[in-house]
Design a protein around this ligand. Structure first.
Ligand SMILES: [Zn+2]
Ligand SMILES: [Zn+2]
Length: 229
C-alpha cells in the first residue's frame, strides 16, 4: 500500500467519525427540544374545570373556550337553601310553596307538608305556626295532660316564669285553651295544636334534647299513674 492510499484511508475514517459526531450532536439537540416540548405540553392548560355554588338554580354545566384556546368547564352545584346539602341531578327535591326556596327531599328536617303543600321550616316558623322549642315542649306536655307549671318546668328544664309565658303564648296562637279556674284550671290542646305537634315532630323529633324531653315526659306520666320505675 502506498503512502497516498494510507492517507486516503485515514481521511475516510476521519470523515465517518466526524459525521457520526455531528449526528450525535443533532440527536442530542433533538432530544433536548423534545424534552422542552414535553415540559411545555405538561404546563399547558388544556381543560380547566371550575365548581361553584349555583345561587339561583338547581345546578348546571357550561363549556366554553378561553382566549388561550383551552376548554373551560363551569359546573354550578345546586344546594338545599336550608341545610346546604347538595342537590344531585337524579335526586328528588322540593320547592317551598310559600317562599320558593329549593329544598332537599324527604327524609329531611328542612321542610314539611302543611295543608297538602311543601313548606320550608323557616316559613313554618315565621309565617304559619310560630313555635320555638320551649313552646313545642310545653305544647306536648299539655297534649299529655300535664298542666302544672311546676311539672312542665321540671320536664322541659325551663324556669316556671318561662313556662307561664309559653302557656299564654300557646293560648294566643290558638294551640291550647284553658279550662277551669285557679288550681282547678287545666289546659287542653286544640286541633290546630295537635297539627302543630305533628308538623314540628318531623323537624325537631330526632334532636337530642327532644329525645331527652320525650323520655322525661314518659317517666313523669308513668310515675304519676303509679308505675314504679
Ligand atoms: Zn335541606
Ligand atoms: Zn319557605
Amino acid at each position: 500500500m502506498s503512502r497516498r492510499d494510507n492517507n486516503e484511508g485515514l481521511d475516510h475514517w476521519q470523515l465517518i467519525e466526524q459525521s457520526l459526531s455531528q449526528l450525535s450532536t443533532r440527536l442530542d439537540r433533538i432530544e433536548t427540544r423534545l424534552n422542552q416540548l414535553e415540559t411545555q405540553r405538561d404546563r399547558q392548560v388544556v381543560l380547566n374545570e371550575r365548581r361553584s355554588i349555583d345561587d339561583s338554580g338547581f345546578g348546571s354545566r357550561e363549556i366554553s373556550t378561553t382566549p388561550q384556546g383551552a376548554i373551560q368547564r363551569d359546573i354550578l352545584i345546586g344546594v338545599c337553601d336550608i341545610c346546604k346539602k347538595r342537590l344531585y341531578d337524579d335526586e328528588a327535591f322540593r320547592i317551598c310553596s310559600s317562599c320558593g326556596r329549593r329544598l332537599c327531599a324527604s327524609p329531611s328536617q328542612c321542610s314539611v307538608i302543611y295543608q297538602n303543600k311543601t313548606i320550608c321550616i323557616e316559613c313554618l316558623k315565621t309565617r304559619f305556626i310560630q313555635l320555638n322549642k320551649t313552646l313545642y315542649k310545653t305544647l306536648v306536655c299539655t297534649a299529655n295532660e300535664v298542666s302544672s307549671t311546676t311539672a312542665i318546668s321540671e320536664i322541659t328544664h325551663s324556669v316556671e316564669e318561662e313556662v307561664r309565658s309559653a302557656l299564654k303564648r300557646l293560648i294566643d296562637l290558638g294551640l291550647i285553651t284553658k279550662r277551669g279556674f285557679f288550681v282547678f284550671s287545666a289546659y287542653q290542646v286544640t286541633a290546630r295544636g295537635m297539627e302543630a305537634i305533628a308538623l314540628y315532630r318531623q323537624v325537631w323529633g330526632s334532636d337530642y334534647d327532644t329525645l331527652v324531653f320525650d323520655a322525661e315526659l314518659r317517666r313523669y306520666i308513668l310515675q304519676k299513674s303509679g308505675v314504679v320505675l
